[in-house]
Design a protein around this ligand. Structure first.
Ligand code: KG4
Ligand code: ZN
Length: 346
């Protein structure tokens, strides 16, 4: 079974081919055969963020170029065509959907198609990790559940409870900015280029201890929701009142405040639901400090933690292929080939 997937929900144009190595639902295993990503960072950087019409133009330009790089023998025997249908920037999503229809007409007339949730993509990106592939050699998939999943990206901050692959319940989400968005906005306040996450991480790396006491929004609230816009505003006022402060210290203290909330709420859920595993995904988990603190805390409590390997933290199409397979053959959930025509977790 081979899946070809397309991802164009934001500013990465990506096409992947993923092979399903084991279709036994208790032994699911995937392997990336081809993984192409054309990043548009340089296009959007001068504007300080993603400009939707420029992103759309780049996707339209890049999709056929990337597709032509796939060796002919690899596009034979494709069993499923998957494309991100949302959530994402609508004009960008349509470029992927329309391209999928175009190649279906030309090369894959009889192949089935599936619209995929971008969030499912991040959620299931743990299937592509080395650690999962080791785990599944001596375990069944059931041994990972129940689990808590945290999706932290530029567009989302969501905490989920998974009783198994099928039964998913949303515990909480951000009420305003996503955590990655807060990184991007704080970076702008510090005159750092887009995307802000890696820039803030770089600046913070020279500091060892938090020196500014930024707020930890909603840390003490009983629910599992998040809020990051107040934290960003706190940085804005701090900068206004302390114009000569060190950027490194602001970066470190901001990062620490955001991470404290993510860690606290995730492990509170682990405790409440007595879960065996945590899956953390999305662009923000590229941050090495955050990976370390999650790993350390999980080890202390003796639970599994799965975080995507470097290539699969930020947007890619391999995770869309995995999610496409799971949606189609395990969840029986087929979203229409229509931008943002889908339901989120409830
Ligand atoms: O998952 P992703 O590629 O796209 C969305 O679905 O949104 O995530 C991009 C986000 C951006 O906000 C970026 O600043 C953040 O992930 N990010 C990071 C790091 N690398 C990327 N945030 C913190 N530390 C990083 N090293
Ligand atoms: Zn994403």
């Amino acid at each position: 079974m081979k899946i070809l997937a397309i991802e164009t929900s934001c500013d990465e144009t990506a096409i992947s081919i993923v092979k399903v190595l084991n279709q036994n639902p208790q032994k699911l295993q995937f392997k990336t055969i081809k993984n192409y990503i054309a990043s548009q960072i340089n296009i959007h950087r001068p504007w300080g963020g993603v400009v939707p019409h420029l992103a759309k133009r780049e996707h339209i330009k890049n999709l056929p170029i990337i597709f032509s790089k796939i060796p002919v023998q690899e596009i034979k025997n494709i069993n499923l065509l998957a494309v991100t249908t949302g959530p994402g920037l609508e004009p960008c999503l349509w470029t992927g959907i329309n391209f999928l229809k175009e190649i279906k007409e030309k090369y894959f007339k009889k192949t089935k198609t599936i619209g995929v949730s971008h969030l499912n993509g991040h959620l299931y990106s743990f299937f592509l990790t080395k650690k999962y592939n080791e785990f599944i050699k001596n375990n069944n998939l059931n041994n990972l559940f129940p689990a808590i999943a945290l999706i932290i990206s530029g567009g989302h901050t969501i905490l989920l409870f998974l009783n198994d692959l099928k039964k998913i319940k949303k515990l909480g989400e951000t009420r305003d900015d996503a955590v990655g968005e807060a990184f991007d906005k704080v970076a702008r306040l510090l005159n750092l280029p887009y995307p802000g996450g890696p820039e803030i991480e770089k600046l913070a790396s020279s500091i060892k201890k938090s020196t500014i006491n930024f707020p930890r929004p909603m840390l003490k609230d009983k629910n599992y929701d998040f809020s990051f816009s107040g934290l960003k505003t706190a940085v804005l006022y701090y900068l206004k009142n302390n114009p000569r402060s060190k950027k490194e210290e602001i970066a470190f203290s901001f990062q620490q405040a955001a991470f404290d909330v993510l860690l606290f709420k995730t492990f509170k859920a682990v405790q409440e639901f007595q879960t065996k595993s945590i899956f953390v995904s999305g662009g923000v988990i590229a941050n090495k400090t955050l990976r370390q603190i999650f790993k350390k805390e999980a080890k202390k409590r003796n639970i599994n933690i799965l975080m995507p390997d470097f290539l699969y933290n930020t947007d890619n199409a391999a995770m869309i292929a995995v999610a496409g397979y799971i949606q189609k053959f395990i969840l029986n959930k087929n979203y229409p080939l229509k931008a943002n025509g889908i339901l989120n977790y409830s």
